[in-house]
Ligand binder design. Structure first.
Ligand code: FPP
Length: 277
């Protein structure tokens, strides 16, 4: 996999003036991949047809994120609330997920992608659990791009999990601050998401990354997830660039405040993109 310069990834001629402020790339982007069911319905197809198309779309989006120089990508694959759907849909989704992991994990590994899991594997069928664990193990040393798969994930449950762990480890209350919680949520060691993209038009967080989303920019598009392509990603990145991120500070202090919020870990902090093959 070739490391590409920002000139190559941005289409700027080498040596051209680069307006750094105008080319801010999120270090961490998160996707709420909504609209698979509606996409299928429009085509008079069952919902699982939409989930299959949505899963196939992941490769194109992840590749585009890598090219853009984004270091961490999080996808919301299955929420704790999704168990409420019909057993046919839930187990159909599990089967699509299992097939996708078996097919894609070796390629992601070749491309230096590290797969992480956010959530628990409680009640998840044994075969799928095994595939997930194998993919995590296979890719655990990679660091070109981190792909967090929020699967059987709920933001509130994640905070409960973190609090329980902190208590279990006997950390005294007066020593607990925001950094402590950040160290015990599933994204420990990673920067918080800068940009959360939701497809299919809803304006809800749906229990996604509640702790980590405190200062994230939020972008919603009416496009259904299976149709969210490179052009749509670029639109989201352009919208992100047009936002003024303040982190609660006055505009002139925004840059300093942003630095203060990005000092946890930056596995891929530059904006030079990498091309997956
Ligand atoms: C929301 O669409 C989508 C989901 C609940 C599942 C998203 C999961 C994937 C795209 C598969 C992920 C796969 C891997 C390999 C990580 P919806 O069913 O709520 O659509 P609707 O709102 O139009 O009904």
């Amino acid at each position: 996999m070739a490391i590409r310069t920002i000139e190559e990834t941005s289409g700027l001629a080498a040596g051209a003036q680069l307006d750094v402020t105008a080319r801010r790339v999120p270090r961490h982007i998160a996707f709420i991949m909504d609209g698979n069911g509606r996409w299928a319905k429009r085509r008079h197809q069952p919902r699982l047809f939409g989930h299959r198309a949505g899963t196939n779309n992941l490769r194109r989006v992840i590749e585009a994120c890598a090219k853009a120089g984004i270091g961490v990508v999080t996808i919301y694959a299955f929420s704790t609330e999704n168990w409420e759907r019909s057993p046919e849909e839930v187990y159909g989704l599990f089967s699509i997920l299992g097939e996708a992991i078996a097919r894609e994990a070796p390629k992601l590994h070749e491309n230096g992608v590290q797969i992480r899991h956010l959530g628990t594997l409680d009640s998840v069928p044994a075969g799928l659990t095994r595939r997930i664990k194998e993919a995590l193990d296979l890719t655990r040393r990679n660091d070109r791009l981190i792909l967090n798969v929020a699967f059987n994930y709920g933001g509130r449950a994640e905070i409960v999990h973190a609090v329980r762990q902190i208590i279990r480890e006997g950390i005294p209350p007066e020593e607990i601050d925001e950094r402590t919680i950040s160290r015990y949520v599933y994204t420990a060691g990673l920067p918080d998401p800068d940009l959360i993209v939701r497809t299919a038009g809803e304006m809800r967080l749906s229990n996604f990354l509640l702790w980590q989303a405190a200062y994230a920019e939020y972008y919603s598009t009416p496009v259904f997830w299976p149709d969210f392509d490179e052009v749509e990603l670029q639109r989201a990145l352009d919208a992100y660039n047009a936002r003024e991120r303040r982190f609660g500070a006055v505009p002139s202090g925004a840059a300093d405040a942003a630095e203060a919020h990005h000092d946890i870990a930056n596995p891929n902090g530059t904006s030079a993109g990498v091309a997956l093959h």
